[in-house]
Design a protein around this ligand. Structure first.
Ligand code: NG6
Ligand code: CA
Length: 513
């Protein structure tokens, strides 16, 4: 009897304990595109006119991470991992998705939104998708775009299907291309549809922004793109209006869902190429369109915060601000990014950027903000977008099945800035995933591994340059943040240990115990 009552006591305690810890704030993840560690004021951006007051306000009143990461240095693998909690190198075809790419995350796979749905959340993604749409044959642009976000846990989606430098320039609302006129069907393909189809090669002198590499196929809105398309004219948008549209649609959705906890993935296209912000931001930053797109991104953040204030949701909403990969200067268009960068350092103190396994590829701005609940400060705990699935599941009291989200760690304590709470011990960083390049950080140590081509992507003044790299190299980030001095020979034991730890994570198929 005594034993039974003791047992009862403990079970009750545990239950109450869990119930007391469960919180269900609204959650908004604002993911910027190609935003570097040094690109915003609160992370040290200096240019006089590159002002980011709204992002800086989140940091000043929330928690700013100095070791906040995305998991890859391109878009598709980071977004795959963010939603599935699984390292992208574990699954084929998770590299940069093409215009006609099929859905990469299969229905039935546990995802951040599917977990939050179980906690009673309304869920939406508004903005850039870039994780494929449709079955194995790819999207049926004139029919049902299924599977898509709604098959993996989102109640609602309002999307740019891939990136805006890829065709087509149309919105996808739930399963359909919005405003598509059946009499003017949309065709998307890899080959020129007719001999007289105007392209960035044949009509280069008509472009309002010239291309520098790739991006010379179909022209829309005076900008040539990757891939070809015809038709769907009534559905097409202007690049300049994208940011306004994401904000308007988000405001509408938040307002309609304010009655229950909601999760919004606000997936900005800023500052991905083609950088073509709204006319009112042209010239705002003094750094050309790349900087102007940062100012536009900051404006979006401000608008979302205003909406929360207006609806009196600020105190019950956790905002997480992050990026999907590090910065890049010229990414295919002559938009002045290189010429106008001056002494601005998009990657902050780090080397590398987009496409790179150096720190600048994945260490990015990362801010959590929840008034009254997250104390102001700066955290050096290591956290990653891949951890949000396990962390938000823990916060909202949802059981994470053992085989789900296999690389996602519950770091909710660190995200909320709880005293003594730890981030992750180590993190695998990858590039686009095709060449088997890894970065592996554990504490102050950083291992770089290049399986295939023995070279890595170093950004010199935001310009992409390839430098030769050995199969393995080792760096001490506490002394050499720019990863310039390979000390593998001086520390053979550390090198061996790091190599083995990385290999174990790769082989085990999972890294969460
Ligand atoms: C590259 C494109 C680049 C960009 C990138 C994807 C060329 C030459 N380069 O292939 O412009 O679109 O893919 O960027 O076409 S990401 O941020 O979505 O990963
Ligand atoms: Ca990106």
């Amino acid at each position: 009897m005594r034993l039974l009552s003791t047992l009862f006591y403990f079970v009750t305690l545990t239950f109450i304990g869990q119930a007391a810890n469960v919180e269900k704030p609204n959650i908004i993840v604002i993911m910027a595109d190609d935003l570097g560690y040094g690109d915003v004021g609160c992370y040290g951006a200096k240019p006089k006119n590159l002002k980011t007051p709204n992002i800086d306000r989140l940091a000043a009143n929330g928690l700013r991470f100095t070791s906040g990461y995305c998991s890859a240095s391109t878009c598709t693998p980071t977004r795959f991992s963010f939603l599935t909690g699984k390292y992208a190198f574990r699954q084929k075809n998770t590299g940069i998705a093409p215009p006609n790419g099929p859905a990469i995350i299969q229905p039935g796979v546990e995802t951040l939104p599917s977990l939050l749905k179980r906690a009673g959340y309304a869920t939406a993604v508004i903005g850039k998708w870039h994780l494929g749409l449709g079955g194995p044959n790819g999207p049926d642009w004139n029919g049902e775009l299924n599977p898509g976000p709604r098959e993996i846990g989102f109640d609602y989606n309002y999307l740019l299907p891939t990136t805006n430098d890829r065709v087509p320039q149309v919105y996808v609302e739930n399963h359909r291309v919005k405003n598509l006129d059946p009499k003017d069907p949309l065709w998307v393909g890899r080959k020129k549809p007719s001999a007289d189809h105007p392209t960035g090669l044949t009509h280069r002198d008509t472009l309002k922004m010239d291309w520098s590499h790739g991006h010379n196929s179909t022209i829309h809105n005076g900008i040539s793109r990757i891939g070809f398309y015809t038709g769907g004219h009534a559905a097409r948008f202007r690049d300049e209006d994208l940011a306004d549209e994401w904000v308007n649609q988000s405001n509408k959705w938040i307002e309609a869902n304010k009655g229950n906890p909601f999760f919004l993935f606000f997936s900005s296209h800023d500052l991905h190429v083609p950088r073509m912000p709204h006319e009112r931001f042209h010239g705002a930053s003094g750094l050309g369109f790349r900087g102007d797109a940062i100012v536009q991104l900051d404006w979006c953040v401000g608008e979302l915060v205003k909406t929360l204030d207006r609806l009196q949701l600020s105190d019950s909403t956790l905002i997480l601000f992050c990026s999907d990969n590090g910065p890049v200067g010229d990414d295919g268009y002559k938009d002045g990014a290189l010429e106008k960068v001056g002494d601005h350092q998009p990657g902050g103190p780090f080397s590398g950027g987009k496409y790179s396994v150096l720190e600048g590829g994945t260490r990015t701005p990362f801010i959590t903000y929840w008034p009254g609940r997250i104390a102001k400060g700066v955290s050096s705990e290591m956290v990653c977008t891949i951890d949000l699935a396990a962390s938000f599941a823990a916060l909202t009291g949802v059981d994470l099945p053992k085989d789900a989200c296999p690389d996602s760690f519950n770091v909710i304590g660190a995200l909320l800035g709880k005293e003594g709470a730890k981030g992750r011990r180590d993190l695998v960083q990858q590039d686009n995933g095709k060449r088997g390049n890894y970065g592996f950080r554990a504490g102050k140590w950083k291992l770089q591994r290049h399986d295939g081509k023995r070279r890595h992507n170093v950004h010199v003044n935001t310009q992409l340059q390839f430098h030769p790299a050995p199969h393995y190299s080792l760096f001490d980030l506490s002394k050499d943040i720019r990863e310039t001095k390979n000390i593998a020979k001086e520390h053979p034991k550390v090198l061996e240990r790091m190599k083995q730890r990385l290999q174990k994570i790769v082989d085990a198929g999972r890294s969460r115990p």
